[in-house]
Write a protein that binds this ligand. Structure first.
Ligand code: ZN
Length: 279
């Protein structure tokens, strides 16, 4: 599932490639992707004629602003891709559910083999009602500034195991299975350390690891895994998977101590770590 670095990479691409363009026509195949709308017309009529004026990220959601005042919300789910086509003549990929054609030519296409993702148009005022997760979204480790002291107070207060806490969208927006493991390795902390037991030095280390890991992942345009389907707006895979230190590296060598990377089960999920380097 795309996490913050992948969604942010796509957001930056959309800003360059899609903002400023006006929608000429919209084609939708099936209702699954636009399931929040009663029918295709209810989705299409709110997009046609609109111009994209901006794009923001809220956690793992993309919110594209329209000049009429509404927003197009995109959640990529497990396998969704937004792809820019230079012209309508480029071959349509299998599992293309939505095609938006711009007045200046070119298209934005939504492809999603597993169809967990979705697109919908709504008013900014009702967005939080439509997606309750957004109403209670925690702080954004890239966009929101928080002092490490305040971060430490929150860790004290939550008393939760670190991996579960990093992945809790009400605490922190946009982090999932991959980046929680990579952040905890960079910080030298175990997945099951309880958050209130961290020393102030460890709090600072965790905060710095979080920001640096996410920024580094964006620099590498996100992670594309063999079994998942993250692509950027141009259909290219990310490169950060080559930089992973622990995620999906069970049995490989820890780059820091040369010990083994292990995989453990925690709350039905896997966590990857080095038991020597992470305390
Ligand atoms: Zn190690």
């Amino acid at each position: 599932m795309p996490e913050l670095p992948e969604v942010e990479t796509i957001r930056r691409d959309l800003e360059k490639e899609v903002v400023g363009r006006r929608v000429k026509t919209v084609e939708v195949t099936g209702m699954r992707t636009i399931r929040r709308h009663p029918n295709k017309k209810a989705f299409i009529s709110r997009l046609e004629g609109e111009r994209f004026t901006g794009v923001v990220r809220k956690g793992k959601y993309l919110v594209l602003k329209l000049d009429g005042g509404e927003v197009l919300v995109v959640h990529l789910g497990m396998s969704g891709q937004l792809l820019r086509a230079r012209s309508g003549r480029e071959p349509i990929e299998k599992h293309t559910h939505v095609v938006i054609t711009f007045t200046q030519g070119g298209q934005l296409r939504y492809v999603d083999p597993r169809t967990f993702g979705e697109l919908f148009v709504t008013s900014p005022d009702t967005l939080a009602d439509e997606v309750p997760e957004l109403a209670h979204l925690g702080f954004d480790p890239l966009d929101d500034v928080m002092s490490w002291a305040r971060f430490g107070e929150q860790l004290q207060h939550r008393k939760t195991k670190l991996k579960a806490l990093l992945m809790d969208q009400r605490f922190l927006a946009g982090i999932g299975n991959i980046y929680s493991d990579e952040i905890l390795f960079a910080a030298g902390l175990r997945y099951d350390r309880s958050s209130e037991t961290l020393s102030s030095q460890e709090v600072r280390r965790l905060y710095r690891a979080m920001v640096e890991t996410l920024q580094d992942a964006i620099k590498h345009r996100g992670s594309s895994l063999a079994d998942e389907q993250y692509r950027d707006l141009f259909g290219q895979v990310g490169d950060y998977q080559t930089q992973h230190k622990v995620y999906d590296r069970e049995g490989q060598t820890c780059p820091r101590c040369r010990g083994p990377i292990v995989r453990v089960k925690a709350n039905g999920r896997s966590a990857f770590l080095c038991e020597r380097c992470q305390v």
